[in-house]
Design a protein around this ligand. Structure first.
Ligand SMILES: Cc1cc2nc3c(=O)[nH]c(=O)nc-3n(C[C@H](O)[C@H](O)[C@H](O)COP(=O)(O)OP(=O)(O)OC[C@H]3O[C@@H](n4cnc5c(N)ncnc54)[C@H](O)[C@@H]3O)c2cc1C
Length: 390
């Protein structure tokens, strides 16, 4: 086992840090928690694209750089460390592009991948429905063939960023007569088509980042079908491993950790900086241990992918661990900040811009989105421990 990064990888990390430092100096963004999913900045995405950092590990023939998953992980780790607003391109870069490379037609790859790489095409994920979350295969949104098109009817829910994207990657039922896993297909659909309505939902933080998406006889050309009709389930399963495997499951709230450590150095209680209190030092040290363990779990997933293997239980383990860490980080921050830590941003009295309370609320959803911790533990029990199916 070799824990060292190559010289080229160290160089990439330095380049990304220099870029982000410069952007901070120019005031192009403020570090914020959850910026990978909430920070929609087309301008920032364009700048990232100009450096060739979208589709970093996709084949060169489609505009990518042909680099490794570890390289992409280094890039995304730094974006998260700086709380950079990368939401416009994150989903397409993380999983949709790879799915198109694996299952898309040549026409779809030639048309869509370069526009994602240029930072122009943003894609949301239309999987969950009101009655289909963990048991995704029971989804009911229907697509019926009609000449050169499919007609889509139904509803998706919790679709992150749908109000800001120009495409939705959609899982729908194309054959209701066969067992549920066998009649699903995937489409990539433009969000401005007639018959598609996007309605934002207010989440626990008061923000509106996810949506209901309604399909009312939306006519979608057949060329938007991804891969084989009725084989979508097998494509979705591999896509979910990409979705669960990234550093955003551990470091989405890194700006909070950094601000918390600074706060303890700068704030005195009873004449002494908080950072000199044994209890507080130990809490912060414990977080650091857990962060490091989480990083290793996630780097292992990238290594597995670079070796061409499917990181199924590895991704499940990394996400379960990472999201538990983020919830623990938010609780620890609230404990250290005391009652003022519970105030939301906007109040004069709130410490560290209200990041603690915002993260405390937002992190409740982390162990739901992208597969709940219970479902992920079922995967670990089945595939890693080889326990019989329940
Ligand atoms: C912030 C956020 C963003 C999201 N973004 C998107 C998005 O962009 N696109 C998208 O398609 N979806 C998105 N989702 C939806 C997410 O994928 C679902 O919430 C998740 O899959 C769980 O489905 P559900 O909410 O229907 O809960 P359910 O499946 O109804 O589960 C309810 C509870 O029962 C437990 N449970 C269910 N089945 C089992 C089982 N077999 N064994 C043990 N326990 C079980 C679950 O763990 C959970 O605690 C998002 C969710 C959140 C919170």
């Amino acid at each position: 086992m070799d824990f060292k990064f190559s010289q080229e990888q160290e160089k990439l990390r330095e380049e990304v840090r220099d870029f982000l430092e410069e952007e901070l100096r120019q005031g192009s963004f403020e570090p914020s928690c959850d910026a990978w999913i909430m920070g929609h900045s087309p301008e920032f995405t364009r700048k990232v694209a100009q450096r060739g950092w979208i589709g970093l590990n996709w084949p060169k023939e489609y505009g990518g750089q042909g680099r490794s998953y570890i390289d992409r992980l280094i890039l995304t780790e730094e974006m998260l460390r700086y709380g950079a607003p990368a939401a416009c391109h994150w989903f397409a870069d993380r999983q949709i592009g790879r799915s198109l490379v694996a299952f898309g037609t040549e026409e779809q790859r030639r048309e869509l991948l370069p526009s994602i790489v240029r930072g122009e095409a943003y894609v949301g994920l239309g999987l969950s429905e009101p009655e289909a979350g963990s048991d995704l295969a029971s989804l009911q949104t229907r697509a019926i063939e009609d000449g050169d098109d499919f007609i889509i009817d139904g509803q998706k829910v919790w679709t992150s960023g749908a109000q800001s994207v120009n495409y939705i990657y959609l899982a729908v039922r194309t054959d209701p007569e066969v067992p549920k896993h066998k009649g699903i297909s995937e489409f990539i659909v433009e969000t401005n088509l007639p018959g598609i309505t996007i309605r934002p939902l207010t989440d626990i933080t008061g923000g509106q980042h996810f949506n209901e998406v309604f399909f009312d006889s939306a006519r979608v050309p057949k060329k938007c079908l991804i891969g084989e009709k009725d084989r979508g389930w097998y494509q979705i399963v591999s896509q979910l491993d990409y979705e669960r495997s990234g550093m955003e499951r551990l470091m989405g709230n890194y700006p909070l950790l950094k601000a918390l450590i600074d706060f303890t150095k700068e704030t005195k209680r009873n004449g002494k900086p908080l950072s000199q209190e044994a209890l507080i030092r130990h809490k912060l040290a414990q977080l650091e241990i857990e962060l490091e363990v989480g990083r290793l779990l996630i780097y292992r997933v990238a290594l597995v992918m670079d070796e061409g293997r499917v990181p199924n239980w590895e991704a499940a383990m990394a996400k379960t661990y990472g999201t538990t860490f983020e919830q623990c980080l938010a609780s620890t921050a609230i404990e250290i900040l005391g009652l003022y830590g519970q105030l939301l941003g906007g109040s004069k009295l709130v410490p560290i811009q209200g990041m603690a309370s915002q993260s405390y609320l937002a992190s409740q959803g982390y162990s739901l989105q992208g597969g709940t911790s219970e479902i992920l533990k079922n995967i670990i029990a089945l595939r890693k421990l080889e326990l019989p199916s329940a």
